[in-house]
Design a protein around this ligand. Structure first.
Ligand code: SAM
Length: 215
């Protein structure tokens, strides 16, 4: 790997925000999921959760636009367990949901561990998810159309989270533990080799200062 490339990978990974995530509930159109993941990459989201309780989450080959290499997508079959796991890890989950109780999305503190739940293209957030989350948020709509495209809603909310986190200097420090950082930098820098080590069940080798594999 050329040193400039290694520096760039380290720089991007250093800004990743493991305590900011997105949960998509039955978002099934590949271009929407792709656009959401692309925005996640731009904002520094480390991983995304896709729930496929009713429909299959598109595979990465269907959403592939490049961003999938940089943001991990975890798929889950049950919204209930996905929400419980995130809440158990200390996340507050806010459903982007056009309900009467929804708060303006700018009134949330996104510097705390936060997951943003987005609903399906046609049916929106399920009743179950709406009940289980910690709150609802809304992007005020002043026009004739009732809702935004799901990927647009994701971008509006995520860039507010980015604004708050920039102000709190949360991009100025490394937020990943060193084990995760070293694992991911190897996967980003050497994807084929990483896949081979995983297939063999072997640990990844360590990298030197320039990002070369230590022998
Ligand atoms: N008919 C659906 C409904 O009533 O929820 C519309 C679904 S909308 C196209 C898809 C998803 O985008 C929603 O579930 C929500 O997560 C998000 N979304 C769209 N517009 C939004 C807005 N103005 N405020 C908050 N979330 C919004």
């Amino acid at each position: 790997m050329i040193p400039r490339r290694y520096e760039r990978l380290k720089q991007v990974l250093s800004k990743r925000q493991p305590d900011l995530t997105v949960v998509t509930e039955d978002v099934h159109k590949p271009h929407n999921l792709s656009a959401i993941i692309r925005t996640c990459d731009a904002v520094g989201v480390f991983e995304v959760h896709g729930i496929n309780s009713n429909i299959k989450v598109p595979t990465y080959s269907q959403v592939a636009q490049g961003s999938e290499k940089w943001v991990q997508l975890h798929t889950h079959n049950h919204i209930k367990t996905a929400i419980a796991n995130l809440q158990g890890s200390g996340f507050k989950i806010y459903a982007a949901h056009l309900s009467k109780e929804a708060k303006d999305y700018r009134d949330i503190d996104y510097t705390c561990p936060t997951a943003i739940l987005l609903g399906a293209e046609k049916h929106g957030v399920s009743d179950l998810a709406a009940k289980l989350v910690d709150g609802h948020i809304i992007i005020p709509m002043m026009g004739m159309v009732q809702s935004l495209n799901v990927s647009v809603a994701a971008a509006v909310i995520l860039f507010e989270a980015q604004r708050q986190r920039l102000a709190a200097k949360m991009y100025d420090r490394v937020n990943l533990d060193s084990e995760t950082f070293n694992r991911v930098i190897f996967e980003w820098g050497y994807p084929e080799l990483a896949a081979m080590y995983r297939r063999r069940g072997e640990a990844y080798p360590t990298l030197d200062e320039q990002g070369n594999i230590k022998h």
